[in-house]
Design a protein. Structure first.
Length: 459
């Protein structure tokens, strides 16, 4: 895969920034509820509160949809992310609730697209957790059992049965969810919030959130907001604000790449009949999906830990794009001559438990991090449940599942730069062994694997 002419963008490959960015806060205002952060979580909270008649102010540092909301891969998951075997073992009682939350979140998103009439190319194809080796196939079978036991709608199968390319052995389809253009979706949600009664201030970076008697004061360079309640929806940027609970999440940079447009006949020859998004079973996943513009978007595989707050804007590293391109050639040998056209990335928040989390600090400041790389549906769903809690004073069952009794969190494991590098190395070592095994079965030298598969020799 050629990577010489990749356009590296510091925003998103899905959409351009909006041309009607709202002006910053330039005076002191009061409101019932203030929401900090205009991602999908914050916009959904503000929209729901406005729809339910609350006086709400939304403050966003850049423009609504600036963060991972517009940058993600657009794969709407219908089941939880992370290491399912580990999560079901560590949290046996909570696990079925987390599965139900993930499924309800995907349905919530589908209703939101319909209700707000957002044109975002949503395809209800489900997504496949795919195996690239026999070892991963074993893992898929174990994960399928655990998820089914917890009530998830998942189906195992071979790549032919699941309608995914033959570069994958098979996998498990999450039948709820699908794929979309997340840039178009975020801008659609933004339009709905701007049209609501919520007062939206963009280009407004909140610098501090403090309590003052019976209200909360939110500071920004241009003015203060006095609110009865505050919702922190800052996702991976949470550490920028002192009030965010310590160790709530670790900021991790992940990258996506998009190919140039591919001849539809060549795409059809892949056997990707289901059009389901695909994520591999590596410790750090690879993701692949078709788009409505006849390209393939693929990414992750390497994680970069954010060290200092405030988190800087950045572009993907060339070395990471080259690594992703190598993976693309292995999974799609028949498309090895296709060029990578653009690359972008964003900050995701990984919680120490790898579970979505929500809670309150003192009863008037609320937070949620429903991410772990699965927040496209989960962040807006959690945000709207927090809005309902503020209005009704009662928690939905799904919010109870996420609720942290106290805002204290353990130190995250393996999330330092060397830990992440070790995980990547283990994945590559396993890939190498599996490549050698495949070649040995075919009597070929290691390293020639993808050329053989390009010829269809193993099909
Ligand atoms: C490359 C990539 C691929 C991904 N792929 C998928 C996927 O396929 N499926 C999936 O489910 N999830 C995926 N995710 C994760 C998903 O995008 C996130 O979980 C989800 O968008 C997070 O919620 P959010 O939209 O509210 O956060 P964000 O969009 O990050 O919103 C946070 C907002 O808060 C603002 N902010 C922060 N601090 C302040 C402050 N002090 N003052 C004012 N505003 C502030 C930021 O500017 C930002 O706009 C991916 C993420 C990335 C980056």
């Amino acid at each position: 895969m050629k990577t010489d002419d990749v356009e590296y963008t510091s925003f998103s490959g899905w959409t351009d920034p909006p041309s009607d960015v709202r002006s910053a806060l330039r005076e002191d205002v009061t409101c019932e509820v203030a929401v900090v952060g205009g991602g999908l979580g914050g916009m959904s909270t503000a929209l729901r509160l406005a729809e339910r008649g609350r006086d709400v102010v939304l403050l966003e540092a850049e423009f609504c949809g600036y963060g991972s909301a517009s940058r993600n891969a657009g794969q709407v998951a219908g089941a939880p992310g992370g290491d399912i075997q580990l999560l079901s073992m560590l949290y046996p009682r909570r696990f079925p609730g987390v599965v139900r939350f993930a499924e309800n979140a995907a349905h919530f998103l589908e209703r939101m697209i319909e209700r707000l009439d957002i044109d975002c190319d949503y395809e209800a194809t489900g997504n496949v957790c795919a195996a690239v080796s026999r070892g991963q196939m074993g893992r898929v079978r174990r994960v399928t059992k655990l998820l089914r036991k917890a009530g998830a709608k998942v189906e195992p199968g071979t790549s032919a049965e699941l309608g995914i390319p033959r570069g994958f052995l098979g996998g498990m389809r999450e039948s709820v969810g699908g794929t979309m253009n997340p840039g178009a979706f975020s801008l659609g949600v933004r339009r709905a919030v701007l049209a609501s009664t919520a007062r939206v201030f963009e280009r407004t970076r909140v610098t501090d959130v403090t309590r003052n008697g019976d209200h909360v004061v939110i500071r920004s360079p241009g003015g203060e907001v006095r609110a009865n309640k505050v919702v922190l929806a800052t996702n991976a940027f949470g550490g920028d604000l002192a009030i965010t609970p310590k160790r709530l999440s670790v900021p991790i940079w992940v990258s996506e790449v998009e190919t140039e447009p591919i001849d539809p006949a060549r795409l059809a020859a892949l056997g990707w009949t289901s059009r389901s998004g695909v994520v591999t079973q590596h410790n750090i996943m690879e993701n692949y999906r078709l788009t409505s513009r006849n390209t393939i978007v693929f990414g992750v595989r390497r994680l970069v830990r954010g060290k200092n707050h405030p988190l800087p804007p950045r572009k993907p590293d060339q070395a990471v794009v080259a690594d992703l391109a190598r993976a693309f050639e292995t999974r799609f040998p028949a498309l090895a001559d296709v060029a990578a056209a653009r690359a972008w990335g964003g900050w995701v928040a990984i919680t120490p438990s790898w579970l979505p989390v929500a809670g309150t600090i003192g009863g008037d400041v609320f937070y949620s991090v429903a991410c772990n790389g699965h927040g496209l549906a989960q962040a807006p769903y959690a945000g709207s449940l927090i809005a309902d809690l503020i209005v009704d004073g009662e928690q939905h069952e799904d919010l109870k599942t996420l609720w942290a009794k106290k805002p204290t969190f353990p130190r995250p494991l393996m999330m330092g730069a060397s830990g992440l590098r070790t995980i990547w190395t283990v994945d590559r070592f396993n890939d190498l062994i599996n490549g050698s095994r495949r070649n040995a079965r075919r009597g070929a030298a290691p390293g020639t694997d993808h050329h053989r598969r390009a010829d269809g020799a193993d099909r």
